[in-house]
Write a protein that binds this ligand. Sequence first.
Ligand code: NAD
Ligand code: DAU
Length: 356
Amino acid sequence: MQFQRILVTGGAGFIGSAVIRHLLADREAEVLNFDVLTYAANLMSLPGVEDEPRYRFVRANICDPEAVQAAFRDFRPDCVLHLAAESHVDRSLTGPAAFIETNVLGTGVMLQAAREYFDSLSADEQAGFRFLHISTDEVFGSLGDEGMFHPDTPYDPSSPYSASKAGSDHLVRAWGRSFGLPVLITNCSNNYGPCQFPEKLIPLMILNGLEGKKLPVYGKGDNVRDWLYVDDHARAIVTVAEKGQIGETYLIGGEAERTNLEVVRTICAILDEEAPHAEISDRSGLIEFVTDRPGHDFRYAIDCSKTQAELGWAQQESFESGLRRTVRWYLANTAWLDAVRTGAYRDWMEANYASR
Ligand code: NAD
Ligand code: DAU
């Protein structure tokens, strides 16, 4: 499939911005970024897009049916990449309402608007339409020391975040089965890379390490995550939309299982080399074990062989090279980092995009 117009929700976020950078660099489609600009959004992650005639931006909420319907009516997408979500597990523990609203209700609004729009298309246009929902491996719950998640692993979410994503996955399948909407789902493991908001483990450790602050590791640091470089995820998303079978689920992972303690120690070692601190020679001394996350899933591991075999997708970045690349990105992009650190990125977006 070669799409003409791709509607990306959440395109100002960490993964959505990587998807849009990939689409503008490597595809010819027009791109509509539909994003309400929460705290997690940063349009500084899309440098130069204002000069790109194929790019448009709408500031609106996926929970607002009229705004979503207008986007379908005006932009007439042949592909929807639905990434907009509340994405941080710890926030879902202290404020679950926003997760239920955006991830469950918002996805319901997206599906219903997509269905109405799809029903208005000609048979040819319908044949060329896809709705891809970007989801997470966390819907499958926690693994013990052995085993991997497969596309048919039963759902068993632990946190309000993962439960809300599980709910959205079920809605997507229901709109496929009940209404014939051509849907696909991806469930991906932990992403890392440039432009990630520093509430998540890797950017938080990089920023704290740079500033010589404590590095809070939950519990004993023995929880395991499977890490994927964000540009590899962006390519996987576009590959699934273009080549995936309607109604199918595709798992995406980095085949890079690491304990949290291993990840933090590696970041410390890279920072000590790339950005030596005047007073701290070994940043691993900053590691501090703190109270564990409630309901903390022990281990995630993804079997992505189906995605590799059927669609020809393969990751390009190893964890070690990707992590060094990521640290170097944060060191080089001081304007992005300072704007996030001081909150200036919000003022800049409100000044430039308040009324759109
Ligand atoms: P993020 O928090 O960095 O970005 C989310 C984006 O969605 C932001 O730009 C935000 O403004 C926008 N958004 C939030 N609520 C909205 C609403 N109501 N209306 C319109 N826009 C809204 O998230 P991310 O890490 O880039 O994750 C993107 C997607 O990928 C999510 O669906 C997430 O569940 C999924 N995912 C993330 C990871 C990961 O490791 N980060 C892994 C697998 C899957
Ligand atoms: O698996 C995919 C998921 O990965 C995505 O769906 C989520 O959107 C994304 O946030 C991520 O969820 P995690 O909870 O795994 O990511 P986080 O970076 O918050 O935490 C990674 C691990 O590090 C987890 O085991 C908790 C731990 N941790 C996290 C933070 C923020 C710490 O030990 N200390 C910390 O300060």
